[in-house]
Design a protein around this ligand. Structure first.
Ligand code: ARG
Length: 263
């Protein structure tokens, strides 16, 4: 091999290496400083369903709430711009899995079944299922709801949906894409009760006359963000940010703004 040829070959090799490297980072995601990738470079794309006060809801055209603020604080730590997409709740996990969104952040409960599809960050809040009924309803607890034969309103694909389908069967389920619409169905007598997480339940009851909340025997659920199983680096970076925000009191302060503790 003469010298010229060697030089040409090695140049081509370097060029193709560069090409392959560019191909890696350019294909689906961009590598940011922390070694993680996001769907769009410099941006943290969050999927939520913004009808879940006080975790996410509209104030004018803006989506605000506990999740929006915690995600903003995480994005700031990661040096990313937060973009929030309002989608149907039961499309969030599939969207995160397929690489449409970086995270799902939607008062989402960590469940064994969901963990088959996505990774969850550390927990930053908790919830419990509540039953909303009309004031003076004969339904006074879960057992009387089950015995009543009434239709049950839920938000599609939520834990409330999963639990109640188990309790009363498919035929008595009335599913809505927004929690608000389930509450409207209750006010209009279409369903006899709505089963939803306690904090949105309180917000809906406060916003509408004639509703009351019943407790359920269900246990506390942990809320966390979900991240694609293919993005361990982003999961680690978010967990680190969450730990810092937990340690310096930011998360508590955000929650306290929206859910003031008594006293
Ligand atoms: N915690 C429940 C679940 O994970 C309900 C969440 C609904 N969230 C929302 N943003 N609409 O299934």
């Amino acid at each position: 091999m003469n010298k010229k040829l060697i030089k040409t070959v090695s140049l081509a090799l370097i060029a193709s290496m560069g090409f392959i490297m560019a191909g890696c980072s350019g294909e689906t995601a961009e590598t940011a400083e922390g070694g993680f990738t996001t769907v769009t470079a410099g941006t943290l794309t969050m999927a939520t369903n913004a009808y879940f006060p006080p975790y996410e809801y509209y104030e004018g055209n803006e989506i605000v709430g506990i999740d929006a603020e915690i995600a903003q604080a995480v994005a700031d730590k990661l040096g990313l711009e937060l973009v929030i997409e309002d989608v149907e709740f039961d499309s969030i996990i599939a969207g995160v899995q397929s690489g449409m969104y970086d995270i799902g952040c939607a008062g989402m409960t960590v469940t064994e079944e969901r963990m088959q599809s996505v990774n969850f960050t550390t927990t930053y809040a908790t919830g419990i299922q509540s039953i909303i009924v009309l004031e003076g309803s004969d339904i006074t607890d879960l057992d009387s709801l089950i015995e009543s034969g009434c239709m049950v309103g839920v938000q599609t694909g939520t834990t409330g949906d999963i639990y109640m389908t188990d309790e009363v069967g498919e035929d008595r389920m009335d599913r809505y894409n927004k929690g608000n619409d389930a509450v409207l169905a209750l006010l209009n007598g279409v369903v006899g009760a709505v089963v939803i997480d306690n904090q949105p339940a309180q917000a809906f009851v406060a916003a509408n006359d004639g509703l009351t909340i019943l407790e359920t025997p269900y246990t506390i659920e942990d809320y966390a963000m979900c991240v694609s199983k293919d993005n361990e680096e982003l999961l680690a970076a978010i967990n680190e940010a969450l730990a810092e925000l937990q340690a310096d009191g930011t998360i508590d302060a955000i929650i306290e703004t929206y859910i003031p503790s008594e006293g």
